[in-house]
Design a protein around this ligand. Structure first.
Ligand code: ATP
Length: 268
């Protein structure tokens, strides 16, 4: 099994359940509280490991107690913590999540903290890890300058970059050149390409946007409909497997790690 490097965020999720989410100025009583490891990067690293990939994580936490949640969760999953950098000024990132049981609303505030403050010299220190892997899996919750540096290190050393462009932000054109695979969901694809997706023609136009900018392969995830795959030689729509849906939160993360674990195991 080849190695997958995940470069991304770690935050501590502080989740409270409430009957109805509060309005501005209101205080409500919660019924349940849970603190757990979160952040797109960390979630994808753990899930990729559980899917059978050999994973190394690069991220950054603060010099505080929350960092231990991160380190403990990676140690438990047997993921190396050597490239989890520690910020002396910024705290470990947190996500404040309120889940309304009756109104079905989620209110979330993410303070990325140290995850958004990875230094150029730190990613350079992790260079050997990146270049000794077969794939670099990357999202967009970390500071963009250093995220781009990690991508460039991978590209220059023939490591295949899988870019999950979430949360979507404005990206410079240069980022796309040489990307092995991009995996936006429908809304991310629309936002990046400026094309409204409503039929096969628009899917072709959207994927062409990425190909023309230098991306080799494009997979647009379409929720319960499945995925649209476009490579340089073929285009194919793959329907989702029908399942009894319990909760689709993190479906995109799960899709990306299943994919990267399969690719790292040599599947085409
Ligand atoms: N209801 C569903 N039934 C079957 N498969 C699903 C369903 N929802 C999602 N999937 C699978 O997961 C993939 C990713 O889902 P989706 O396109 O919703 O990602 P996403 O919007 O990034 O998800 P999220 O933001 O919730 O993490 C889909 O392409 C599909 O393969």
């Amino acid at each position: 099994m080849s190695k997958v490097t995940v470069f991304g965020s770690f935050v501590v999720d502080l989740m409270a359940r409430v009957t109805v989410t509060p309005k501005s100025g209101e205080t409500v009583k919660g019924s349940y509280f849970k603190m757990s490891a979160g952040g797109k990067g960390s979630n994808q690293a753990v899930a990729a490991k559980r899917a059978g990939a050999n994973v190394v994580m690069i991220t950054k936490v603060g010099q505080d107690n929350f960092k231990d949640i991160d380190l403990t969760s990676f140690e438990r999953e047997e993921i190396s913590t050597v490239f989890i950098f520690i910020d002396n000024e910024k705290p470990t990132g947190v996500a404040l999540i309120m889940v309304g049981e009756e109104d079905g609303q989620n209110i979330i505030t993410v303070v990325p903290g140290a995850s958004d403050n990875i230094l150029l010299e730190e990613v350079k220190k992790a260079k050997n890890e990146i270049i000794s892997g077969s794939h670099l899996l990357i999202q967009l919750e970390t500071n963009l300058d250093v995220t781009i540096e990690a991508i460039n290190i991978a590209k220059e050393n023939n490591v295949k970059v899988i870019l999950n462009p979430a949360p979507v932000i404005n990206l410079p054109d240069a980022i796309y050149e040489g990307i092995y695979l991009i995996t936006p969901n429908e809304l991310e694809a629309e936002s990046l390409s400026g094309v409204k997706i409503n039929d096969e023609k628009s899917l072709i136009k959207t994927t062409n946007f990425f190909h023309e900018k230098g991306v080799e392969n494009v997979i647009i995830t379409l929720g319960s409909k499945g995925v649209y795959i476009s490579t340089k030689s073929e285009r194919v729509f793959v329907e989702a497997i029908e399942v009894e849906v319990v909760d689709t939160t993190g479906a995109g993360d799960a899709f990306n790690v299943g994919l990267v674990a399969a690719l790292a195991s040599g599947r085409k």
